[in-house]
Design a protein around this ligand. Structure first.
Ligand SMILES: O=C(O)CCC(=O)C(=O)O
Length: 927
């Protein structure tokens, strides 16, 4: 199989060690010394992020208003705590009410969907009663990050529960339909009191009483005449955050028909709870992709294909498959596409996402989490991004379910973000989650639906509730309205509510104060625009061939990402923008390696070969000709010849130096071919007979070729003759030349040139940078095992190919092959036996010895002007070769003989492929 296209260009700086295909972070965690879990984080960062086991102290007493919509308890702080404030209210329950804001699985979306519209905390089926609650003592304000916040504790005084006009008996503490948990730090000592609260009604009351209607965007209904809102206790809206600071959506305004119980005190923190539920539901609403509204704008950059995106944004986002990109241990970018985690969130300013990894395909082919996510490199890279205040770029795919609007393109840049929180949650498995906040939220993002206003702006709700774990002592923000949770995955209270229960993962609603908090950074400037500056040719020789200067184009006109496909420069396939700076060429003199100077003497060899390879050497025409002969199968031989050129060869008239310099300026039409959602690594062009693996018609006549092409064909024919001993009239002449131009770091993966209908000899002239070329037997041949599918079942079976003596398990394999040949087995029996044999072969390998990897038999070091000839009808069937150049720029001019009959009539070229030229005879370099 031809796998030469499998390698993609990594356009990043040379020092980047990141893998090309995966979302695995690129770099070692060099910036994270030792055991990260035990590190203290800087005090000044304390407000900005949550980090497991970080030891930052916030100091202020923490009160958490907590409740999920179905939890039943009010946690009351112990009596000795001071100050003690009571904020409980009552309502009549509404047993008909739908379940609270909760997520449900929508088969259409295949993911979580918006909660039910009627979003109120769940109520019990029990009859309800009004409860009188003790009056609050004080409301204490504390200051946090320059904002007023409310610390609330609750008095341990008894709770009365008789509702006026109700004949129901007081509810027991078990009769709670909704609760709010007000917890002081010493949660272990908390006393639990259960009350009924009608959140909706409460919301109504509060809307009509404490809302500051002057807040822009706030929609508050006029209180109706029947509403005794004037009897509300006077709580200056200006003194507290909460509803006065909320911009509540109209649809969550409660109905105005309910009556108010004047004896109930309305605490401000409580005030927000019901609104918080509604707000949370509204903020986390999800709409199916088809129903998403149009965005108000367009992304700065966009792409149709992942490889065009990655090549254009390399250095910022170069993850061909994964959703995450990091470099040197710092998170750089995320790609958000598909469904994500159930509680992923993406609004105009905030993103919550799950760490990538730990997923595997389920039986139904969907990706499912299969194991706990651990705090690995990606986690630490996010922590580094937080600590270093290093912005993160976010790209959104058109399959993203969280984003509020329809994505105009397959991939769209969103914006730059601050990483603010990393933490661990738990569903079935532990999940690592991140919170990102827009770096500059001053103007609405382009993806905000047109004609809409944000529901609530960043920071408008004040800071989130923060509490401290009674067991591990760590402090965390409260993430969900169900209550505060310890997020230290090593703590015995991890992911437990204050009553020690584990929250129902399907019922979790984000606390809007957590979602919408504002995190100040010292510098909130984006480090780059997504439209990268254009590259202009450098005056420095060779600079234009450097990998970082080859990255794709983020079109300055339309924003489309276009990989660099043409040798001549960049083109936008959307708007036609072109950028073709004239490249500064590398002179032949620059090829000389001062450590290994090539002189007029026969150059020394830098090749290596396995001991079983027969090596012979000849010297002629200023080439050192080394021949490597080896068995390519049990019955056939093949050879690889390496002609190492010296200075005389290189400097010959129309020789390698002149060819090299001419080709750089005159070989037009080189392209990186687009093949099944990838681009071939290097630039290529084909002359003469069409070479099958390139689409027919992509070949040019030799008459259109620059002179070094026809010169190379002639020289390679000559080299084949003098190394094979064939007379010119017996020679199967080359009629095709495939020219490959490798720029820095481009390479060709292991492949064979065994397309059917090709002659037995393939020869290459190498120009420019030195390259390693490896030859090895194909893995199934070498190890005697291959994968097979039999009756729909995937299995590894032994191959029946006769092994070579140097292969592993040589004797055993021969014995097995004989056994199969002599046994009279049905196909099923044979496959079963071959599978058993493969197991036995595997078992006989020493521990840690790979049974898929194969080492090179021969490694050539090809220099400028060198010739490589592969000869043998079966060499390409059993062996493969791969090339990795080591310098800035290299050409390989490879000739084959495309035999008559190889191409269908329709594939035959409509030009003459015969080379009318003088045959090269090497006379100028004879020695
Ligand atoms: O780059 C080279 O030297 C060889 C190229 C090659 O293997 C091919 O064209 O198939």
């Amino acid at each position: 199989m031809d796998s030469r296209h499998d390698s993609f260009v990594n356009f990043e700086d040379k020092d980047d060690a990141s893998p090309r295909y995966t979302g695995v972070p690129s770099s070692p965690l060099s910036s994270i010394p030792g055991d990260f879990e035990s590190q203290s984080m800087p005090q000044y960062m304390g407000d900005l992020f949550m980090l497991e086991n970080s030891m930052e102290e916030i100091g202020s007493p923490v009160t958490s208003v907590s409740d999920n919509a179905v939890a039943d308890t009010v946690h009351v702080a112990p009596a000795e705590m001071a100050p003690v404030d009571v904020h409980i209210y009552v309502r009549r329950s509404d047993r008909k009410r739908k379940r609270p804001a909760r997520y449900s699985q929508d088969p259409d979306l295949g993911t979580i969907t918006e909660p039910e519209v009627d979003k109120v905390p769940e109520v019990s089926e029990r009859p309800t009663k009004q409860r009188k609650v003790s009056q609050p003592k004080t409301v204490r304000e504390t200051r946090s990050r320059g904002k007023q916040t409310l610390d609330v504790a609750i008095s341990p005084e008894p709770v009365t529960t008789a509702q006026p006009g109700s004949d129901e008996s007081p509810a027991s503490s078990n009769e709670v339909e909704e609760s709010m948990s007000l917890v002081e730090n010493q949660s272990k000592k908390s006393k639990i009191v259960k009350i009924k609260v009608d959140a909706e009604r409460l919301g109504q009351i509060l809307h009509s009483s404490t809302m500051d209607t002057s807040v822009p965007g706030l929609s508050v209904p006029e209180p109706s005449a029947s509403e005794p809102s004037s009897s509300l206790p006077a709580t200056p809206a200006s003194s507290i955050p909460g509803p006065s600071a909320l911009a509540l959506p109209q649809e969550h305004t409660p109905p105005s028909s309910l009556t108010f119980e004047p004896e109930v005190v309305l605490p401000e923190t409580q005030t927000t709870f019901n609104d918080l539920v509604a707000l949370s539901v509204d903020l986390t609403k999800k709409v199916s992709i088809k129903q998403k509204p149009n965005p108000r704008g367009q992304p700065e950059i966009w792409a149709d294909y992942r490889h065009h995106l990655c090549e254009s944004l390399s250095g910022l986002y170069a993850s061909w498959q994964g959703s995450y990109y990091g470099k040197n241990g710092v998170a750089k970018a995320f790609m958000l596409d598909g469904n994500g985690h159930a509680r992923d969130h993406l609004d105009e300013d905030v993103i919550i996402l799950r760490a990538s990894g730990s997923m595997a395909k389920d039986d139904d082919n969907s990706m499912k989490q299969r194991e706990d996510q651990e705090q690995k490199h990606q986690y630490h890279a996010m922590v580094n991004a937080i600590n270093q205040q290093s912005p993160i770029a976010v790209i959104c795919g058109d399959k993203n379910i969280q984003v509020q609007s329809k994505m105009p393109h397959k991939y769209n840049s969103l914006d730059w973000y601050k990483a603010t929180h990393v933490w661990t949650e738990k569903d079935r498995y532990k999940v690592i989650k991140y919170r990102l906040e827009r770096l500059d939220p001053s103007t609405p993002g382009w993806w905000v639906p047109e004609n809409t206003e944000p529901i609530v702006r960043l920071g408008a709700l004040g800071p989130p509730v923060r509490d401290c774990c009674g067991s591990c002592g760590n402090q965390y923000d409260q993430l969900y309205l169900c209550g505060w949770l310890c997020l230290n995955s090593k703590c015995d209270k991890f992911w437990r509510l204050s009553d020690d229960s584990i929250p129902d993962a399907t019922q979790l609603l984000y606390d809007p104060r957590f979602l919408k908090q504002k995190t100040p950074w010292a510098n909130e400037e984006a480090p780059l625009t997504f439209r990268f500056p254009l590259y202009f040719a450098s005056a420095i020789a060779g600079e234009d061939y450097k990998v970082e200067n080859l990255r794709g184009l983020t079109c300055p006109v339309c924003g489309k990402c276009n990989a660099r496909v043409k040798w001549e420069g960049w083109e936008c396939t959307h708007c036609g923008f072109e950028h073709k700076p004239v490249m500064n060429l590398l002179p032949a003199a620059s090829i000389q390696n001062q450590n290994h100077p090539v002189t007029t003497a026969y150059p020394s060899s830098h090749d290596s070969a396995s001991p079983h390879i027969k090596v012979s050497v000849n010297f002629s025409h200023n080439y050192r000709w080394i021949t490597y002969k080896f068995k390519v199968s049990a019955t056939e031989e093949g050879e690889v010849v390496h002609g190492i050129a010296n200075q005389v060869v290189r400097e010959e008239q129309e020789g390698p130096n002149e060819m090299w310099e001419h080709l750089q300026g005159n070989c037009h039409g080189l392209v990186r071919r687009e093949l099944s959602n990838a681009l071939m690594n290097s630039f290529t062009i084909n002359y003469g007979m069409p070479y099958k693996f390139i689409a027919a018609g992509d070949s040019l006549p030799f008459t259109d070729a620059p002179w070094p092409v026809t010169e190379a064909v002639s020289r390679l024919n000559w080299a084949d003759r003098i190394t094979s001993g064939n007379a010119i009239e017996d020679q199967e002449k080359f009629n095709e030349l495939y020219l490959v131009a490798y720029l820095q770091d481009q390479s060709m993966n292991y492949h064979d040139d065994g397309e059917k209908g090709l002659g037995a000899t393939v020869a290459t002239l190498s120009l420019g940078a030195r390259a390693d070329m490896g030859f090895k037997p194909k893995a199934p041949f070498y190890h005697g095992m291959r994968s097979a599918t039999h009756k729909g079942k995937k299995m590894t079976v032994m191959t029946m190919d006769e092994p070579l003596p140097e292969f592993p398990n040589y004797e055993l394999r021969k014995q097995f092959i004989e056994e199969i040949k002599n046994a009279d087995l049905s196909k099923d029996e044979e496959m079963a036996r071959l599978a058993e044999m493969a197991k036995e072969l595997q078992a006989s390998y020493p521990p840690k010895k790979s049974h898929t990897k194969v080492d090179d038999y021969i490694k050539l070091s090809l220099g400028h002007g060198d010739i490589c000839i592969m000869r043998g009808a079966h060499l390409q069937k059993w062996f493969e070769h791969g090339v990795s150049p080591k310098g800035l720029m290299r050409y390989a001019l490879t000739c084959r003989t495309v035999l008559p009959g190889h191409l269908k009539k329709s594939e035959l070229p409509d030009y003459d492929v015969d080379l009318v030229q003088n045959e090269y005879d090497g006379s100028r370099i004879a020695r």
